[in-house]
Design a protein around this ligand. Sequence first.
Ligand SMILES: [Zn+2]
Ligand SMILES: [Zn+2]
Length: 570
Amino acid sequence: MKNQEIAEIFTRMADILEFKGENAFKVNAYRKAARVLTDLTADIEDLYNNKQLGEIPGIGQALQGKIEDYLLHNRISQYDALLNDIPKELFSLLSIPNFGPRTAALAYQKLGVQTLADLEKVIQNGDLVKLPGMGEKKVDKIHRGLELIKVSQTRISIAVAQSIIDQVISWLGEKAGTQITRITAAGSARRGKETVHGIDILAETPDGAAVLQLFTQMPNVTEITGAGDTKASVILENRYQVDLRAIPAASYGAALQYFTGSQAHNIKLRGIARDRGLKINEYGIFNEHGKIGGEQEEDIYRLLGMPWIEPELREDRGEIEAALQNRLPHLVTLDDIKADLHIHSTYSDGQLSVAEMAETIRSLGYQYMAFCDHSRSAFYANGLDENRLLQQLEEIRRLNERYSDFAILAGTETDILPDGSLDFPDHILKKLDFVIASIHSAFETDPTGRTIAAMKNPYVDVIGHPTGRLISRREGFALDIDRVIAVAAETGTALEINSYWDRLDLSDLHVKRAIEQGVKICINTDSHQAAHLTMMEFGVATARRGWAECKDIINTLPLEQFRARQKRNR
Ligand SMILES: [Zn+2]
Ligand SMILES: [Zn+2]
């Protein structure tokens, strides 16, 4: 979807105009349009193709022209023009809290601040604090913001990281052949974190120099930032850095353990090792006589008196204590998932027909699925009214007759309206097999009360993307998650892990809190096209990071048991 790309450009245009001291009315028009595009769930390209751009509230003719410009030429010419005469790293500078376009303009004009490094310098040499309107306190806040930005700038979404990792591993697999005997991504990617701080890949090889050299010759490398005997670092076309470490077989397990982290997990392990008179590092595990293990990751854990710990748990959230007492959870796996229960079709804003989507999902090996298209209040997503919903229900019933090994549930993703009611009355919901209720608008209007009201409806099975967050774009709405979890437990309503890469909502920590209260989770992809279906892996990773087992996830159940535990059937 181009929605977000265009929203980003509009935000930048607003920033530049404000930086240049243009009038507030113009600036605000761009900011508002960016917000509208971000909240829009319909694909802007579809709206454009259907000549519906004019129907989006808050986007006037001039802005429509720019959207068209982007959709047709992949650029907005006014934006390109605005990019002249601005500091080199303006957008990075502006992402610092308390450092808005006006402050940036002042720092640029008076002190020549063009980059984050320039800013750091004028903070340190005391020039910034002398500018009009500054002061120790404000400079201090900017300084702390700057430190945060330096860290967050290098964070990558797990979906992007995973695709880069897959590319690197498959390219090396092809070129290096038998020179590489084991290869794994380490770091936060291996731990399944929603965003990843740098990509770190380990290769077991007897000929490190040759493998590292091959790595630096990958076709999409634009810069080699380091190349030694044991490690090489490159920058790819997409500006991301990837490190490859060449490790001999004898220490591969120890290196994998060490570089997977987290730091907190490893610090605690080192403490345990010390207490036992042992030492662990990236080369192995040692006692006073020398090395006693390190070829396998399991060696490290076993010699510390515990079973191997799944990477997703390694956050020092109680996993080491659990391992020592032999009560680690048996984490849910991708293979356990029997159904994807949040799928959109062309009835609302999906790209494939009901029949095409069902066949695709069946071919992935699932046993059942549910169509949950949008309801009428989601007009921007072509939401269904009662008639169209019943028409879809009919089509699904007919389609089901084709299959003996696969079942299609007829559902809805009904909007939770500002007053907490749903888009369909109970007698309609009752006809469906499955109901997800989600908040898509009026985020400020009592999201907790509305979510609770929806959970009290006997036909609502799942609350979709419960907090509404969009990773690094929009914070979740102000939801009292503990109250929501309590009522979910009381009513037997499941909470969703929406696997869409920029949602991952619930987050890992929320999942842990929910299942500790006995709340069930439903992991869905919210797919609008076939390519989205594979995002299930990120939802499962999030569940695993939240310590979820098979029994915590309703869509691991065979269909019959799934039906038996639905609220309406109990
Ligand atoms: Zn939704
Ligand atoms: Zn959806």
